[in-house]
Ligand binder design. Structure first.
Ligand code: KG4
Ligand code: ZN
Length: 371
């Protein structure tokens, strides 16, 4: 079965053609980074306007590059939650139009679950093996920093999340303070490579490092706002930021983010006795985070799976891939499917899990219902 996937939840417009859930025939991404750079963050209305402009040509190119005629498609999968409402609506309405015109099933995809699925796009074997479950996924992006336990039947629960900024947001805001540009993650990573990560001891939020005990509720939660403030105060001490200073500030800032992510993920993996740790989302593109988390997870004799760099940031291959699993289990939407900016409170069982039996949790993926 060939699925066309569409993604427009934030500032990347993407279209992909994926066969049978794993075989990526074409994956195209049009980034709006330059458009939003001057505002230092994503402006939802501008994002929507760009999606509208880019989606048609991207779909045409994806079909052409994959050698697929529109008549050969078996379904249209589209991100419908979570994301920026105006941006989500563009992709959703485009998908509805294509589904109606072609008489094709419409598949609503949860972007958060799709990020988790991105770890398996190149690694089908890992998904088949029930022994790899339960697994713990660290989803780190511009919108999320969450630790989620996924069972082999697809049920999941979030055991930790950020209480303020997401990790990607922390990178972006840090880069703004250092006047490096947007998006901050790749820029900080690049400059940090030349810096000393030990020069500044920035706070490790909710880690007990400040001498304040961490409550049981916050053991696996994250907080990056104190770190951001510490960077701001340190930066203000210097009337001019020379390249040495910028590199050391970036390296120390990045080290603080990575240390907290790794420490909490490894501790949660131990506590919950998982077999595998997954790393996905835009921040998973960070080489330092990939390296250190892999090292620590494997040291504790667990399996480590990370999404390939091309599928870490927002893309439509993960949407089409997950859409195929949804379709296989009959989870098809109708034309009343609506965009839901916030993640549903009760996570829908993941259709890609090896022991998923097609059951629905009442109201959990009724994406039309308010949460
Ligand atoms: O997954 P994504 O493309 O969009 C969301 O769903 O939010 O993630 C984008 C985020 C941005 O905040 C960006 O700064 C961050 O991922 N990011 C990185 C790196 N590449 C992207 N953060 C750290 N290091 C990177 N190499
Ligand atoms: Zn994303």
């Amino acid at each position: 079965m060939i699925i066309l996937g569409l993604e427009s939840s934030c500032d990347e417009t993407a279209a992909a053609v994926v066969k049978d859930g794993f075989d990526v025939k074409a994956s195209l991404i049009s980034s709006q980074v330059e458009l939003h750079a001057e505002y230092g963050g994503v402006v939802p209305e501008l994002a929507a306007r760009e999606h509208l402009r880019n989606l048609g040509p991207l779909v045409d190119t994806a079909l052409e590059r994959s050698g697929t005629a529109a008549g050969q498609l078996d379904g249209i999968a589209v991100t419908c939650t979570p994301g920026l409402a105006p941006a989500l609506l563009v992709g959703l309405n485009y998908a509805k139009g294509m589904a109606l015109a072609g008489g094709l099933p419409l598949i609503g995809v949860n972007h958060f679950t799709a990020h988790v699925y991105s770890c398996f796009l190149d690694n089908q074997e890992a998904l088949r093996n029930k022994k790899n479950f339960p697994l713990l996924a660290l989803v780190v992006s511009g919108g999320h920093t969450s630790l989620i336990i996924l069972e082999s039947d697809g049920t999941s629960r979030i055991i930790g999340r950020t209480v303020d900024d997401a990790a990607g947001e922390a990178f972006d805001k840090g880069a703004k303070i250092l006047q490096l540009g947007y998006p901050g993650g790749p820029l900080i990573e690049q400059i940090a490579a030349e810096g000393d990560p030990a020069r500044y001891k920035f706070p490790r939020g909710l880690s007990g490092g400040s001498g304040k005990a961490v409550s049981a509720k916050d053991r696996f939660n994250f907080s990056f706002s104190g770190l951001k403030t510490a960077l701001l105060y340190e930066t203000r001490k210097h009337p001019e930021l020379d390249s040495r200073l910028l590199a050391d500030l970036s390296a120390s800032y990045q080290a603080a983010i990575i240390e907290v992510l790794v420490r909490k993920t490894v501790a949660a993996a131990e506590e919950y006795g998982v077999s595998t740790v997954l790393l996905c989302g835009g921040v998973a593109g960070n080489r330092g985070l990939r390296r250190v988390l892999q090292w620590k997870v494997e040291e504790s004799e667990k399996k480590f799976i990370v999404a390939p760099p091309c599928y870490c940031t927002d893309n439509a291959a993960m949407v089409a891939g997950l859409g195929w699993h949804e379709l296989k289990h009959g989870r098809i939407a109708d034309m009343s499917l609506d965009a839901q900016p916030r993640l549903p409170a009760v996570p829908e069982p993941a259709a890609f899990a090896p022991a998923f039996n097609g059951s629905r949790q009442d109201a959990s993926l009724n994406l039309n219902s308010a949460i």
